[in-house]
Design a protein around this ligand. Structure first.
Ligand code: ATP
Ligand code: MN
Length: 469
């Protein structure tokens, strides 16, 4: 077949393709549908560059190879040379009158699982290797890309440096969740110490190692040198929590800023989230409209609402008072000192304030060791950002910069000094006030796509009992 430069469907339908009209172009992609009669076929072709298909018109009489046409069924991959013309049909601007078609790969209609009818999201999870070819997952994965790009752009434009923190970690001090062990020991023949314990000195790194639950501690080391850094990488939690909001492998964005107090931290979180949502509204309208039509009729309205309203800021203590005074009956009872559950967070956001909320100053007992203690001696300078439909989307804090207080805290919590000596040294040498937060990438994806299950916003979800694909 004649070698023409491939045009992306996106460029034909959304770019300025007018100069190509009446000319010969090439497109390649996967057949979504084929309909027509014995004289003319209409192929809806999609190459993933955009949610829309381009229509390919095949005049059967013009085709010598009628046998080939039989193989152009839903799911088949083809390359088409033909003339780009203005469409006479409704709902599309340009189409291609095929002159030559090459079949790259057929898809047996008896066996190809993605036939035209709407499939359930549950079924599509079982065929995660093929679901990117659906409109829904095409839209979600393009949005995921745009969101990741916007995150890097925001930080780059604001003078933050992208710091790569390790995925394999030798410290389990963070305490954010149960960890996955990393080992090359022979599990059928585990070396033992004299006391009968596993002898990790024989292991690959000569010590116990795990997959990271957070890049924060190393992120702080970066901030205490480069001022403003962020991480954006995979994190792992071996929690057996089979919910629609938890993955065993998820991506986290963790900015860390020297010279920021908790207020600066909240301002950044709010500005950052609004920027990201605005970016998607401006750059991905077709995909958002599709998801709105199919899954969540209030999606775009909700996104606009977040970008145009100031987040409500209040303390944990004030939030507890509101929850205790409410008439709502909660599954988990509320009193000062309890960790808030998603039902409490969503009550505050969806029923009480009806907008995003930032809670601060949590009891020290329910937060991590590195958070800065307030003057009251009871609460720490933590902040959680709560979103409608999601609950907690960001967790952050101002960090304890005093060596003595931090040292006291790790002793109190039974953390071994040998695990965090390097972290403590930053408070010994040139310590500085600093703050940061962690944003769960897939939690934000849930919010911006309107999807209900976190398994549907990451290409290949990892959850308890599931590591297929
Ligand atoms: P939750 O209470 O919802 O389990 P967490 O308190 O364990 O969250 P952090 O340790 O503060 O969460 O992690 C920072 C952010 O990472 C959270 O605000 C959330 O957006 C996200 N996150 C935490 N755990 C998961 C998970 N298992 N899957 C996906 N995202 C997560
Ligand atoms: Mn958790």
């Amino acid at each position: 077949m004649e070698g023409l430069k491939r045009q992306r469907v996106f460029d034909l339908l959304k770019g300025n393709a007018n100069h190509m009209i009446e000319q010969e172009v090439n497109v390649k992609g996967w057949v979504r549908t084929r309909r027509g009669n014995k004289n003319v076929h209409f192929i809806a072709l999609n190459d993933g560059s955009i949610i829309h298909n381009i229509q390919v018109v095949v005049e059967v009489a013009d085709f010598k190879n009628e046998e080939l046409l039989k193989h152009i069924t839903t799911g088949a991959c083809i390359s088409v040379n033909g003339k780009l013309v203005e469409s006479k049909g409704q709902g599309q601007s340009l189409e291609i009158i095929a002159r030559e078609i090459e079949l790259y790969g057929g898809a047996d209609p008896e066996k190809y699982p993605l036939q035209k009818k709407g499939h359930t999201l549950e079924f599509l999870r079982e065929i995660a290797h093929l679901r990117p070819r659906t409109n829904t997952f095409g839209a979600i994965f393009r949005l995921r890309h745009a969101l990741a790009f916007a995150i890097h752009k925001y930080f780059n434009d604001h003078g933050f440096f992208y710091l790569h923190t390790p995925i394999i970690t030798g410290s389990d001090a963070e305490g954010a969740g149960a960890m996955f062990r990393v080992t090359t020991l022979d599990l059928d023949n585990i070396p033992r110490t004299e006391e009968g314990k596993v002898d990790f000195s024989e292991d690959f790194f000569g010590k116990e190692t795990n997959l990271t639950v957070s890049g924060q501690l190393e992120g702080e080391l970066g901030a205490l040198a480069l001022s403003n850094i962020y991480t954006f990488g995979p994190t792992f939690r071996a929690e057996n929590s089979n919910t629609t909001r938890h993955l065993a492998e998820f991506w986290m964005i963790e900015p860390e800023m020297a010279f920021y107090d908790i207020k600066d931290n909240m301002d950044l979180a709010e500005d950052f989230l609004k920027y990201l949502i605005r970016y998607l509204l401006e750059n991905c309208p077709d995909d958002l409209e599709f998801l709105q039509k199919m899954y969540d009729s209030e999606l775009i309205e909700r996104l606009r609402f977040v970008t145009s309203n100031t987040f409500e800021r209040l303390s944990y203590t004030e939030a507890i008072e509101i929850l205790m005074a409410s008439k709502q009956s909660f599954e988990f009872p509320v009193s000062w000192g309890v960790d808030l559950q998603a039902e409490h967070e969503r009550y505050l956001v969806e029923k009480h304030f009806r907008k995003p909320v930032i809670l601060t100053d949590y009891p020290k007992e329910i937060k991590a060791f590195y958070m800065k203690l307030n003057e009251d001696g009871k609460t720490v300078r933590a902040m959680d950002v709560l979103f409608p439909k999601i609950g907690e989307i960001i967790g952050g804090s101002q960090r304890e910069e005093s060596y003595d207080k931090l040292f006291g805290k790790i002793k109190e919590m039974g953390i071994h000094e040998k695990d965090v000596w390097w972290y403590l040294e930053t408070r010994k040498f040139g310590s500085a006030p600093h703050s940061g937060f962690g944003l769960g990438f897939e939690r934000l994806m849930l919010f911006v796509t309107g999807m209900g299950n976190i398994r549907d916003v990451i290409p290949f979800p990892r959850t308890p009992q599931n590591a297929e694909f």
